[in-house]
Design a protein around this ligand. Structure first.
Ligand code: FEO
Length: 170
């Protein structure tokens, strides 16, 4: 059993992860609108990853005999100034998610909820990866400085990303 406080916080994270999925699908749609199928693919994979993250939290709450509650969230942003602007938005968003995960770890420690702390470690590591992968794309976009040829190559590279579901076991 988890505490009510922890359950509420984990449900808040379910919402944050689903919101992330929505935001990245919105970015995918933006990239499609400016004819960048590779960047759109990359964001669609991100969308799938975020849904998997949300489900991981839902499953964990249920496993701990809690109640997963779904909450509404605001409309995601739908327009960006450029490809770089969108990826910078994704990076800033991931930094916010990292802060949320760290806050959950702090709560688990304060409550001596060792199971929750161990469960959250997967997300601590995942956030390192998430921030690094977006940062790498931002560096590439900065390097090409808006060149069409460069963008063509970066976009082609982003086409290769495929979704790999995270392990079910927590
Ligand atoms: Fe689920 Fe991108 O954090």
């Amino acid at each position: 059993m988890i505490s009510q406080k922890m359950q509420d916080a984990l449900n808040g994270q379910v919402k944050a992860e689903f919101y992330s999925a929505y935001l990245y699908l919105s970015m995918a749609s933006y990239f499609e609108s400016i004819d960048l199928p590779g960047a759109a693919n990359w964001m669609r994979v991100q969308f799938q990853e975020e849904q998997a993250h949300a489900l991981k939290f839902v499953d964990y709450i249920i496993e701990r005999d809690g109640r997963a509650v779904l909450e509404a969230f605001d409309n995601p942003q739908s327009e960006w100034d450029s490809v770089l602007d969108a990826f910078q938005g994704a990076y800033a968003h991931e930094q916010k998610v990292t802060a949320l995960i760290n806050g959950l770890v702090d709560m688990a420690r304060a409550e001596s909820d060792h199971a929750a702390e161990i469960f959250l470690q997967w997300f601590v590591n995942e956030q390192v990866e998430e921030e690094a992968s977006v940062k790498a794309i931002i560096q590439q976009l900065k390097m090409i400085e808006g060149s069409g040829n460069g963008m063509f190559l970066v976009d082609r590279e982003l086409t290769a990303r495929i979704f790999t579901p995270p392990a079910v076991a927590t």
